[in-house]
Ligand binder design. Structure first.
Ligand code: SF4
Length: 477
């Protein structure tokens, strides 16, 4: 199980009777991106009101804190990649100095946040939690001091903050701002309805559920500035090549979302088709591991003529809400989460389709479960190529030693997980399936990072027997 990252929202209501319903709809549609906590911040005059709670999105908190006349709101669902599961680290992050107050929501990971945090502490910032959202908020406040200009401030973020950051924030001088890092690791979109209302969201599904018909992605390096009236969109930094996270396509985003003009469902279907073109199989049935590998399984079935059966049933009430802090607890609970339909599996050669192998512990359990259910053979096809290196851009795969593929051959992995066959997607197949050429991030597959500190950290950590994330060591948490 990989920890999710976060989902962000920003909204400007020019003419809407029920802002709380729009925010609730948007947040609940992003719930898969984070279940540890959620929060909202709204502007009331020059005051910023922040409310947050641990756990799943709750309509009551939103309804109680947003009014019909609320104009500007940001909101967030969180699953930590830095910091802990505490209200202090939950977002929106609120910060203030003598010039400005801001509340900020952010999805991604700041690679140089330890250095930035140290510098900001030296300048007198007191941090309540350990998360990088708070550091980004403080950095914005500090940069705003010079020149008191939002555009220059965001430009400075682009120059000095390394990493992935799809961000929305509110300022006490009445601005709603959104910006996306120059590489575009994480998604961020802007949409409009027919009544002059604007919504900003991590995934386009938030527009569908709110009937915002017109939408597009906020481009990497772009800033959206909303005071009153139409949003102003400016490109502040352009890089030669984009680095959209391939994992958004493979696993994270909802299949009904569109990321960089590509429907996630279609990409997952393509991933299955690529596998079916690359490998041959004598399987009797195809069993998708719910939920994200289902489109790939259907595509393989279409190509090979082998039927897809729902041989593994997921308990949706555990799902992603069942947060187990320790790996061994998570492993034990695979059984509780997935149960086989024995009559569909018994005596069959079963082809399991999974989206990715990170630690490999979950698939090992699943192979065991399927064998115990009477399968004659268990084959495993993975829609993502081997993950060999950590992610420093917002996904919780941060230690080489955790990754089953970082130091093993495919044959060694097959033996380790107990499968009769193991086939991975190729990098070329993945690129073809996504269809964005070289404008995707493949760093966790190649060990090559587009930003310098991430490359340095990866090189340093590769041969060390570290058990904690680099930020855990630095922060001593
Ligand atoms: S390193 Fe991997 S998980 Fe992280 S942003 Fe790049 S593709 Fe996504």
């Amino acid at each position: 199980m990989i920890k999710e990252h976060c989902g962000v929202i920003g909204a400007y209501f020019l003419n809407h009777k029920d802002p709380s319903q729009v925010i609730y709809n948007a947040l609940i549609s992003l719930q898969h991106r984070g279940q540890e906590s959620f929060g909202i911040a709204s502007l009331l005059g020059n005051e910023i009101l922040v409310s947050k709670e641990l756990g799943l999105v709750d309509y009551k908190l939103i309804k109680e804190n947003l009014r019909e006349q609320t104009r500007k709101v940001i909101a967030h669902v969180r699953y930590s990649t830095t910091g802990a599961t505490t209200l202090e680290d939950a977002q929106p992050s609120y910060s203030e100095n003598s010039d400005l107050k801001i509340a900020l929501c952010f999805n991604g990971n700041i690679v140089n946040f330890i250095e930035l945090r140290k510098k900001l502490k030296e300048r007198g910032y007191l941090f309540k939690g350990n998360g990088d959202g708070e550091v980004l908020a403080a950095f914005i406040l500090e940069s705003f001091k010079e020149g008191k200009d939002i555009e220059k401030t965001i430009y400075r973020v682009y120059e000095e903050v390394e990493g992935a950051y799809s961000t929305t924030f509110l300022t006490s001088d009445s601005y709603l701002v959104a910006f996306r890092d120059p590489y575009g690791f994480r998604p961020l979109n802007i949409g409009f309805d027919n009544f002059g209302n604007t919504l900003i969201a991590s995934e386009t599904v938030a527009f569908d559920v709110n009937d915002f018909q017109e939408f597009s992605s906020i481009k990497p390096g772009e800033m959206v500035l909303i005071n009153d009236g139409k949003p102003e969109i400016k490109t502040l930094k352009k890089v030669e090549k984009r680095h959209h996270c391939m994992f958004e396509f493979v696993y994270f985003s909802r299949p009904d979302s569109i990321f960089e003009n590509k429907t996630i469902y279609e990409v997952r279907w393509n991933l299955g088709r690529e596998l079916a073109k690359t490998y041959k199989t004598d399987a009797d049935v195809i069993v998708p591991i719910p939920d994200s590998s289902r489109p790939a399984a259907e595509a393989i079935s279409r190509e090979t003529g082998i039927p897809v059966v729902e041989g593994l049933i997921k308990n949706r009430y555990i799902g992603r809400t069942f947060i187990m802090p320790k790996q061994d607890q998570r492993e034990k609970n695979v059984k509780l989460k997935l149960n086989p339909v024995k009559s569909l599996i018994r005596g069959k050669k079963v082809l399991l389709i999974d989206d990715s192998l990170v630690r490999g512990t979950t698939i090992k359990r699943i192979v065991e479960i399927v064998r115990k259910a009477g399968a004659e053979k268990v084959y495993v096809w993975i829609t993502c190529p081997p993950i060999i290196s950590p992610c420093f851009y917002g996904i919780d795969i941060a230690i080489h030693g955790e990754l089953i593929a970082s130091s093993r051959t495919i044959e060694e992995i097959r033996k380790e997980i107990g499968a009769d066959e193991l086939c991975y997607q190729t990098i070329e197949g993945l690129k073809r399936a996504i269809g964005l050429g070289d404008n995707i991030c493949l760093s966790c597959l190649t060990g090559l990072y587009p930003t310098p500190l991430a490359q340095k950290l990866s090189n340093e950590l590769r041969n060390k027997e570290v058990k904690e994330r680099y930020w855990e060591i630095e922060l001593n948490v």
